[in-house]
Design a protein around this ligand. Structure first.
Ligand SMILES: [Zn+2]
Length: 352
């Protein structure tokens, strides 16, 4: 397969350019790709007046950068992101991404931090199959999971999210995009944009890939205010999004009480492979969830102790961090993360 690549630059600063893969230009031969390149590139640019188009090329799939995918169960593929926080990374590609191939079509679970990462995932996916990409599930609103969505939407995917996702993306999208531009080289973020879901989930929903169904479940506030999980019922592969972290310190941006409750009550029956939002897939719930449960429980207990002793937040946060120091060796980015978590926990628990 050949892919159409268009170089685009920011109109405001033409040195800021990036290669953009336009899935509509996919073709079996280079000749077929080139024949329609100008028309497709022109149409795409017309809808994006903030970008200036440069040359187009048609490149073989094998010659383009692609995400690493590992097959964790039959026709279930996972890209494991770098185990670090976005600020420590060169390109923000820290989240785990999933691809499930059904009889008739393909679903993607999370799209990565940028158009560039979404494209690398799309190229990798096209090495597996040329079936249509029917669905993209965004597990929650955090930037490392969502900003590759545009390329998958252009490939034809319906985009699914928690019922709170549209509001969260509308509120936070502009700030997240500013952060990408501050943290990374232009090739990593030019042409990245917020894409809102066209299907939202309030309780549960099913995606049919042809003889294979995915169960989507929307949860009350836990990691964020809008976490969505995906269970591939055929293989028992459970994509938790950031409801589970492995190796990277868990980030609290929803409700600590809600998150602990989810961990206590929500392990799905029949889950055989657990794919966390960050870190390696695990073969059992206990292996996947044990360390995070201990971390969150310690955070809740220590925060509760400070509040019970009427310690103000500014003093309580460093005390909580010190009290949790024996957790540090188990988690990447512990120092940066735990102080923020303690602040969020204090604000939540002081109202109890
Ligand atoms: Zn997250």
């Amino acid at each position: 397969m050949f892919h159409l690549i268009l170089t685009v630059c920011l109109a405001a600063a033409s040195g800021n350019c990036a290669p953009v893969l336009l899935p509509e230009g996919d073709a079996a031969t280079q000749q077929d790709c080139e024949a329609q390149a100008q028309r497709i590139a022109q149409d795409w640019l017309t809808a994006r007046p903030d970008l200036v188009g440069g040359p187009t090329t048609c490149r073989a799939n094998a010659d383009l950068p692609a995400s690493d995918l590992q097959e964790v169960a039959p026709s279930v593929h996972v890209h494991v992101g770098q185990i670090m926080q976005m600020e420590q990374s060169q390109d923000g590609r820290i989240a785990n991404l999933g691809v499930v191939v059904g009889r008739d079509s393909v679903a993607v679970i999370d799209a990565g931090v940028s158009r560039a990462e979404g494209q690398a995932l799309y190229v990798a996916l096209r090495r597996l199959t040329d079936k249509p990409v029917s669905d993209l599930v965004l597990t929650h609103a955090h930037p490392d999971h969502i900003f590759g969505a545009s390329v998958l939407a252009e490939a034809g995917a319906r985009i699914w999210g928690h019922r709170t996702l549209p509001q969260a993306l509308t509120n936070r999208g502009p700030i997240y995009l500013e952060n990408l531009a501050r943290l990374y080289e232009p090739t990593q973020w030019v042409a990245t944009q917020t894409v809102l879901p066209d299907q939202t989930v309030a309780t549960t929903a099913r995606i049919d890939l042809g003889g294979r169904s995915l169960l989507l479940t929307a949860w009350p506030a836990a990691h964020t205010d809008g976490d969505l999980t995906v269970l591939d019922e055929e293989t028992g592969t459970f994509f938790t999004g950031d409801l589970l972290f492995r190796g990277l310190a868990p980030v609290l941006d929803g409700s600590l009480r809600g998150w602990l409750k989810w961990m206590n009550e929500s392990a799905p029956m029949g889950a055989r492979i657990i794919v966390p939002g960050h870190g390696q897939p695990a073969a059992s719930w206990a292996e996947a969830a044990g360390p995070q449960y201990r971390f969150l429980k310690a955070l809740a207990d220590e925060t509760g102790r400070q509040i019970d002793n009427n310690i103000p937040m500014s003093e309580a946060v460093p005390r909580i961090v010190r009290a949790m120091a024996n957790e540090a060796e188990f988690w990447e980015a512990f120092e940066e993360t735990v102080a923020r978590d303690a602040t969020a926990a204090y604000k939540e628990l002081e109202w109890e």
